[in-house]
Design a protein around this ligand. Structure first.
Ligand code: F6R
Length: 234
């Protein structure tokens, strides 16, 4: 794991953008994308750049069950607003949170990932160490699946909703096995709320109790953390 410590999210977004530009120069064609507050500055850097995505494919990590792109809390809406409206891709894939049959949808999403191997994956990290919506305890072998969100995640995400009751209780998420197939992974973490999870991910044991710790087991992982998120590292 390579660690880059930055002053703040703006600097982190710039570092992430540099890594992405290099990856695209080296032929990356399929990007794995994340939502949430973490990648917003990274997406701003992309939007304000000359990079051309018209030949690129994106595959997002996750989507809330029950929300579609017309709902401003859906991840589809988020991606359109922060990136896709400004930088058109050849094709954008997100799980369909409104699928009539979720079992069919998870299999369909796995086939999309198989047909579009991810060259470069961006990740955030939850305070409990989740990546995607792979909550603590998730087996490392799972591919795309329906997740019951933990109380900790619902509380953390309530800041985006009017009422905590409005936060969906389930999501469709790429599994840890799906994420681990990506050729390169860049995980960003900002703020002191992430410091425990970052310490566990980098310096703790590899355990399903902290899903991001699985990233220790592979090459081509870069962590970009601000000073607050890196503050507990020895
Ligand atoms: C989002 C995702 C999540 C977030 C994580 C951190 O697509 O998969 O794992 O990256 O919950 O969220 P923020 O960035 O809002 O702190």
């Amino acid at each position: 794991m390579k660690l880059i410590v930055v002053k703040n999210q703006l600097e982190g977004g710039k570092e992430g953008f540099k890594l992405l530009s290099e990856a695209m120069q080296n032929g990356a064609k399929t990007l794995g994308l994340a939502t949430g507050s973490t990648p917003v500055e990274f997406y701003n850097q992309i939007v304000n750049s000359d990079l051309d995505f018209s030949d690129m494919t994106s595959v997002n990590l996750d989507e809330y069950v029950g929300l579609d792109g017309s709902n401003d809390q859906s991840y589809s809406y988020f991606m359109n607003k922060h990136l896709f409206e400004e930088k058109p891709f050849k094709v954008n894939y997100l799980p369909n949170g409104k699928a009539a049959d979720l079992d069919v949808e998870v299999k369909h999403y796995d086939s999309i990932i198989d047909e579009n191997p991810i060259d470069w994956q961006i990740l955030g990290i939850g305070q409990n160490g989740h990546i995607g919506f792979n909550e603590p305890g998730t087996p490392t072998t799972v591919t795309t699946h329906v997740v019951d969100l933990t109380e900790s995640t619902i509380e953390a995400n309530a800041r985006f909703f009017d009422h905590i009751e409005d936060v969906p209780k389930q999501a469709i998420s790429m599994g840890l096995a799906s994420i681990m197939k990506s050729k390169n992974i860049v995980l960003m973490a900002y703020g002191k709320e992430k410091a425990e999870a970052v310490k566990g991910m980098i310096e703790g044991e590899v355990t399903v109790d902290l899903p991001a710790s699985i990233l220790q087991t592979r090459d081509n992982v870069t962590v970009i953390a601000d000073e607050a998120a890196a503050s507990l590292l020895s």
